[in-house]
Design a protein around this ligand. Structure first.
Ligand code: AMP
Length: 286
């Protein structure tokens, strides 16, 4: 992949890149369309499909993460993607990456990229090793794919902010684009994990979007609202569904990710909730 990217670079061909974990949906494809607009007809679009083990905690859904490569390749073909890069764990982490492993391997993967500020709150607080895995794999992918432009989804707001920070701090020569969240007709943010939502759980999952819309209306009407009050209302709304449990909801400055003392129009809201066993996230500008 890197050799191919270097050949393109030598010819002055622009490279647009969309990293994913596969099980693609129209949210992913909207990023592909955005990337194509940025590099033009003569540019090359690369989509990576890699379920990255270092961003999952041992207790999380790594082995159960949905996969359907055949379908993903068809979707990418239909959308005019030039290359789908699907590395194996063996290629990405050749010596393995678990320092507690009993096998003494001199090639053990031991270099990580760690963002230390924006990754402390929200997803980082709930999933302590998650962003270290994300920044590490994205840095590796940037070094392999050598993109001019890479598109990320606003759906993962904190992730996009951390990637932008990593690129600025470490001088990666890539332009980061953050594209809007694609939603189902009832407002549920598209996600590969929505596949887990069986029966009534699919309906209950709309509570995340409903709580965002409720909060947007409240902030529009009242101009300034206390975050404590809003958090209690959101928790009540989410947990009025029988199988839903709020993990966190935060109100923060979209640039710094610092929590705001008063919620006003322009603040960002993000939340995570379990619906059955599935953990969903969503966010929006208020
Ligand atoms: P994932 O495969 O879930 O790791 O996501 C790969 C990329 O697609 C990330 O940049 C996500 O933020 C983005 N993405 C996921 N869901 C959506 C969505 N509903 N709308 C827009 N982008 C999305």
């Amino acid at each position: 992949m890197q050799r191919l990217a270097k050949q393109w670079q030598r010819k002055g061909v622009r490279i647009g890149f969309v990293p994913t974990m596969g099980y693609l949906h129209d949210g992913h494809m909207s990023l592909v369309r955005d990337a194509r607009k940025r590099v033009g007809k003569k540019g090359m679009i690369v989509v990576s499909i890699y379920v990255n083990p270092t961003q999952f905690a041992p207790t999380e859904d790594l082995s159960k993460y949905p996969r359907d490569l055949k379908r993903d390749l068809k979707l990418c073909g239909d959308e005019g993607v030039d290359v789908v890069f699907t590395p194996s764990d063996q290629e990405m982490y050749p010596g393995g990456q678990n320092p507690k492993s009993k096998i003494q391997n001199p090639n053990l993967f031991s270099t990580y990229v760690v963002e230390e500020k924006l990754s402390q709150s929200m997803e980082g607080a709930s999933r302590p090793t998650h962003f270290r895995g994300v920044t590490t794999v994205v840095a590796k992918l940037f070094n392999i794919v050598l993109p001019d432009v890479s598109v990320f989804g606003q759906k993962d707001f904190q992730q996009a902010a951390i990637i932008q920070k990593m690129v600025a701090d470490l001088n990666f020569p890539v332009k980061i684009i953050v594209a809007p969240t694609k939603r189902e007709a009832d407002g549920l943010a598209m996600s590969s994990r929505n596949k887990y939502l069986e029966g009534d759980l699919r309906r209950q999952a709309t509570a995340l979007w409903r709580s965002i819309q409720w909060t947007q209306a409240a902030v529009k009407r009242r101009k300034t609202v206390s975050p404590v009050e809003l958090k209690a209302e959101v928790k009540k709304l989410i947990e009025s569904e029988p199988d839903a449990r709020l993990d966190y909801v935060e109100f923060f400055n979209p640039q710094t990710l610092e929590p705001v003392a008063e919620v006003k129009p322009g603040a960002q809201m993000a939340l995570a909730a379990f619906v059955g066993k599935t953990r969903l996230i969503d966010n929006a500008r208020l």
